[in-house]
Structure formats: C-alpha cells, structure tokens
Design a protein around this ligand. Structure first.
Ligand SMILES: [Zn+2]
Length: 222
C-alpha cells in the first residue's frame, strides 16, 4: 500500500489569506500545492489527498478531519507569510511530537533550503514550532511551510516567477519523498521489466503483446 499524503493549500474561497494589492496568499498556496502534487505523482509511489484543488472555502477543522478520516501518513500544509520579513520557514507542533515529525521537518527543510537558498538567495528563517490548528489537530505527523512574504517586494517577485515556483514545489516534493522514504516510480524499460507476473501465462501474454506492438524495440532505443 502506497503511503497517504495530504497536501493542504492554505486558505481559499472566501478566505484569501494575506493580501498584497491583487496578490492573494490563497492563489500562491494553491499553485505551489498543485505543483508539489504533480511532482510527487510523476516521480514517486504515493497516494495523494488534497484538501482543495480549486479556489474553495475549506475550514481548518474540515482539513484535519479529512486527513484523520483518511488515516493519512503525513500532512503538509502550504502557506505564504506576511508581516514584512523575508525568507522561508517550516513549523511543526510545539506540543509533544514524534521523532518522525522532527526528522521529517529536518529533511524537508534542508532539501528546500538546499535549492532555494543557493539558487535564489532566499533567507533561511529556521525550523520552528507553533500551536497551529493543522499541526495540533492532525493525528499524523505534520508540517506547515511559510513560503516567503507576500508583502515584501523581493519575495513577491520570486512568488510571481514561474521558474521559482516550479523549483520550490519540486524541492518540497523531493523533501517529502525523502522524509517519507517514498519509492521512486518505475519508468520506461524498467517499468516493463519490473511488471510483476502473477503466472507464467501472464508473462507469456505480456511477451506476445510486447512483440506485437514492437514495444521491446522502441524501449531499447530510449
Ligand atoms: Zn496562511
């Protein structure tokens, strides 16, 4: 069974989150979250649950109820900071947490900062702990990431940069994959070879299918 991950894009619908002119936290969190989902779905064996995939209102309780009802293995919440600072920070619950929760934060934090620090000069604001609803009320290990400041020009410029968003989302995805030890998705020829054959009959069917469709030859050329 693949591990179950909840990705939680902060705010949405009637709750814009932090706002700076026409820029809204809820739009950036959704953009990043969908790209984290796409990265993980493409590269890793994982079952992904989203608390929202569109601009809809979802309460904090609904978010954690959803994760708990689905008995998710990990909860990752994505937010944008405000208040005039700069940089990236991550949070886990400030009450009792498992060692796994701490290790996962370390893994994700260092993976993200390892990309956006050197490449974009984003400041590391550190690994923090707080009494946030989604961290406290989720039954599983959870992290909340504050991805730059919407009200700081230098940060907002990065959030408006599609390449930065992609790099950030990929790094979050990779960090989560490392933290949860998600298996890599098999691709190309490897996938064909690795297909498990329940019986010799299945294997022979597959072999003739491959021959008929010249898949063997096309794979070799890849
Ligand atoms: Zn927020």
């Amino acid at each position: 069974m693949a591990k179950k991950l909840v990705i939680d894009p902060g705010h949405g619908g009637s709750d814009s989150g932090a706002v700076n002119g026409s820029y809204r936290e809820k739009d950036f969190t959704l953009q990043i979250a969908l790209k984290v989902r796409d990265y993980l779905a493409k590269n890793h064996e994982v079952s992904i649950l989203m608390t929202r995939t569109t601009d809809t209102t979802v309460s904090l309780t609904q978010r954690t109820d959803y994760a708990n009802a689905n008995q998710a293995d990990y909860f990752a919440s994505i937010h944008i900071n405000a208040g005039g600072g700069t940089g990236w920070e991550s949070y886990i619950y400030n009450g009792t947490v498992s060692q796994f929760t701490i290790d996962a934060q370390n893994r994700i934090h260092s993976t993200v900062m390892g990309v956006i620090g050197p490449k974009y000069g984003v400041r590391d604001r550190g690994k923090k702990r707080a009494n946030f609803h989604v961290l406290r009320e989720s039954d599983m290990p959870a992290i909340l990431m504050e991805n730059l400041f919407i009200d700081t020009t230098q940060d907002l410029n990065l959030l408006r940069n599609a390449t930065f968003i992609k790099d950030l989302a990929d790094a979050i995805g990779l960090g989560i994959a490392k933290a949860l030890s998600l298996p890599k998705k098999a691709t190309g020829l490897y996938k064909v070879i690795a297909g498990s054959f329940q019986s010799l009959e299945n294997a022979q069917d597959r072999e003739s299918f491959l021959k008929k469709n010249r898949i063997g030859q096309s794979q070799v050329r890849q």
